[in-house]
Design a protein around this ligand. Sequence first.
Ligand SMILES: Nc1ncnc2c1ncn2[C@@H]1O[C@H](COP(=O)(O)OP(=O)(O)O)[C@@H](O)[C@H]1O
Ligand SMILES: [Mg+2]
Length: 276
Amino acid sequence: MNEEEKQKSFDEEEKRIKENISKISHRIAVFSGKGGVGKTTVSVNLAYGLQMDGLSTGLLDADITGPNVAKMLGINNELIVVDSKMIPFEKFGVKMISIASLIESGQPVIWRGPMRSKIISQFLADVEWGELDYLIADLPPGTGDEILTIAQQMKPDYAVVVTTPQEVSVIDAERAINMAKKLEIPFIGVVENMSGFVCPHCSAVIELFGSGGGKKLADDYEVPFLGSIPIDIDARIMGDMGKPIVLEKPESEVSTAFKSILDIMDKHYHNEFQSN
Ligand SMILES: Nc1ncnc2c1ncn2[C@@H]1O[C@H](COP(=O)(O)OP(=O)(O)O)[C@@H](O)[C@H]1O
Ligand SMILES: [Mg+2]
């Protein structure tokens, strides 16, 4: 391809992205400073919380080198492409796209930043998302190329920053908040995950990773604190089984926490109180 052709193909892709995005009312990006803090768990359960409220929802797995969304939904089918459009998977009523469906399980994705960004652009341009109330992007940890691509092309209107309570996670989450601010994402909120563990034997709360780190972080950066999610063995078991806990155990404390987070976000969207 010469320069002119490259530019043309880039412009056409941009046009397809714009067209796709114009049919999606709200776009949420789930950030974290670190891996393993529960980004995918939060992305998946927020998506199903919305779906349970009757809202059409999609999940875009933007964590190209650690794609776990398909696993957490128990999807291992092959991707279907029709007329150069990718048909998103659909599980329990939520649409989903992930690189995991294009690579062999266990194989590393050894791609440089531009390649990872390219596939994200394709997920935005060439996936048949249709009309959606919400699209949630599960981002990779940190502040890499993929996040810039999501910010520029998906244009998220809400950044959910996930942290665990301990300082090493909170310090890295600060970077995520600053990134979301620099990217001018209109709403930014903090979720504290794995905050406290209720002993199944004696019901005492054990603060494995401490508590309050997420709230303090939100206060320090003057962004809203959206809520805390406790550690629940079922959340992990359901994740491994590909069954979101909000669907399987809607009465659990974890599910209640997710619903409350969605309520607060909804209030922000409707300007019922100031976001920051
Ligand atoms: N609140 C929670 N209670 C119990 N296990 C959790 C909770 N949140 C996440 N997990 C588990 O912790 C692990 C890491 O979570 P994950 O969502 O994959 O994090 P990330 O996407 O940030 O790397 C997974 O096995 C997940 O099931
Ligand atoms: Mg993940």
